[in-house]
Design a protein around this ligand. Sequence first.
Ligand code: SAM
Length: 280
Amino acid sequence: MSAIDSLPPLREVIANHQLSARKSLGQNFLLDLNLTAKIARQAGDLTGCDVLEIGPGPGGLTRGLLAEGARRVLAVEKDTRCLPALQEIADAYPGRFEVINGDALEIDPLEHLTPPIRIAANLPYNVGTELLVRWLTPKEWPPFWQSLTLMFQREVAERIVAQPGSKAYGRLAILAQWRADARIVLSLPPGAFTPPPKVSSAVVHLDALPEPRFPADATILSRVVAAAFNQRRKMLRASLKGISPDIEAHLNAAGIPPTERAEQVSLEAFCALARELAKA
Ligand code: SAM
């Protein structure tokens, strides 16, 4: 297959800059540039968009994003060892690539970005979930981003797209699907990474909806869903007792049998319950 750019292959980049993967930084690199270009294509039409990338490492996905036509890529990378390799990419794409050296959980890159903004990342899994929750719970909706294209442990990806009635269905599914369209766009075996992680991975793509799928107050919805799934085996009239003394009446008014368990309740029904509770 043809090269996606004029830069050296990633194995060479890693050898030249001695980027041995560090477990403490969750480093499992993608070294196949055709694969990183494929992931970048899942991020949607990048032309005319600024892309925020978290954790570029040696830059495989970065190169995919740039080759796929991103107007600009802004990357946040914690590992200073990666900076010289990333500088080579900046030199090859003048004015289109900038790196901030720091922790994505501490830095607010917003001031460096111009809308429309898409986010793409192959991140350590713990940081990925935390950032996803932050990106899905901004103070105002629509958020600053148009879409998120993120690598997750397969099991977490399944929780994001889960439907009622499945074990994977819970807070993450409600949070993601309330204000975004979420789907798994790619599955990757451990062998796609260097070094291979223990589990399979999947890329999830989320498109922000202009407004929530069903009206509800974000704080009330979040409290209800947290209480319901914290005791997911209990009937809702028991698990939600702490939310309101009249919970049975509110459940009935929302059209939810009080004997139902959280796992069976649709996003639409949770939103109806949040609206009933807001009236009280
Ligand atoms: N994107 C590269 C790829 O696909 O080959 C690297 C992926 S590797 C799974 C995760 C990257 O995130 C590493 O480069 C690591 O140094 C970086 N990283 C880890 N924690 C971070 C954090 N809190 N903020 C920014 N980058 C972080």
